[in-house]
Design a protein around this ligand. Structure first.
Ligand code: CDV
Length: 304
């Protein structure tokens, strides 16, 4: 019998700044219920799934900034989602802004947690490739993630989810080959990620028609070259005046898109991922033990 994991991608529509946490968590619970009704065994929500994508603004007041962060997970407002996971027996990966107390100081990370089908915490990933700047820059779309977040310090961990090896990534990470390669080398079979991607960038209006292509291209290549299943969830639609792309998808280790959302709203897609396909793809092209030559990759040649 094939080894399978039924993956749900829970895309959300915009989460406006005016939305309360209770309202937003209610939407996520509803999406998880839909995923369960479709037979999902695991679900992934977007990056920053509890709030608007606030790095589009420059905010100076730290107390105001911290209203977008979670001081504990689960907290009083998010507990409902964890209870839903246990009730439905469907775990999830959830992106949120993490307020941590480490090394004797307060730290801010763009984080994704993996939660089991019993509603218990399994593991954490902190976004490694934090894009944008710390001050608004003339001629570019304001994207101040580097003002509000430290780069992640947990590497690319892979966790055991009901016997399946699951890794996590967040938004801009998906554009970097290192993300998939490190997850693969760490043993991942499935990578779950969430994103908030503006449709238009002031610095590159000529590339606007490529936004969706550049969303899928690295994920399809990453899945193929690293024999991974990928579940990728967008926060989509017009959020506080900024258009965010959708295109949430489930990608096979063949590089094919197995399922894709069609709206810019709350929407669930599900696919029963055949994990044995990973081995088939490894046999065809990517037998790492046989063909990879990491010792030679380090050699530096003289320029010719
Ligand atoms: N939230 C993100 O990481 N967004 C980035 C860009 C557009 C700044 C992305 O790669 O989609």
């Amino acid at each position: 019998m094939a080894r399978c994991l039924t993956i749900a991608v829970c895309q959300t529509g915009p989460i406006q700044r005016s939305a309360s946490r209770a309202e937003t968590v209610g939407r996520l619970v509803h999406l998880l219920e839909k995923a369960a009704a479709f037979g999902a065994e695991i679900a992934v929500f977007p990056e920053m799934a509890l709030t608007t994508f606030f790095p589009r603004w420059r905010i100076d007041d730290q107390a105001e900034i911290d209203t977008f962060f979670e001081a504990s997970m689960p907290g009083p407002e998010t507990q409902r989602l964890y209870d839903a996971a246990a009730r439905l027996k469907v775990g999830f990966a959830l992106g949120y802004c993490e307020l941590a107390h480490e090394d004797g100081r307060t730290r801010h990370f763009n984080t994704m947690d993996l939660v089991g089908p019993d509603g218990a915490f399994i593991g954490r990933y902190r976004k490694m490739h934090v894009p944008g700047s710390s001050e608004p820059e003339e001629g570019t779309t304001t994207h101040l993630e580097r003002r509000y977040f430290e780069p992640g310090n947990l590497g690319f961990p892979v966790y055991n989810y009901r016997g399946v090896r699951v890794g996590l990534a967040i938004c801009n990470d998906r554009r970097w080959p290192e993300t998939y390669r490190m997850l693969c080398l760490n043993g991942a079979e499935v990578a779950l990620l969430g994103y908030n991607t503006p449709l238009l960038l002031d610095e590159a209006p000529a590339l606007a028609h490529l936004r969706m292509f550049h969303n899928h291209l690295p994920m399809q290549a990453g899945a193929y070259q690293n024999t991974l299943w990928i579940g990728a969830a967008a926060k989509a639609g017009l959020e506080d005046g900024q258009a965010l792309i959708g295109g949430s998808c489930i990608i096979a280790p063949t590089g094919e898109i197995a399922a894709q959302t069609m709206s810019l709203d709350d929407e669930v897609i599900v696919h029963r991922a055949d994990l044995d396909l990973i081995e088939t793809c490894r046999k065809v092209n990517f037998n790492f033990a046989l063909y990879r030559r990491p010792d030679q990759y380090k050699r530096i040649s003289d320029p010719v």
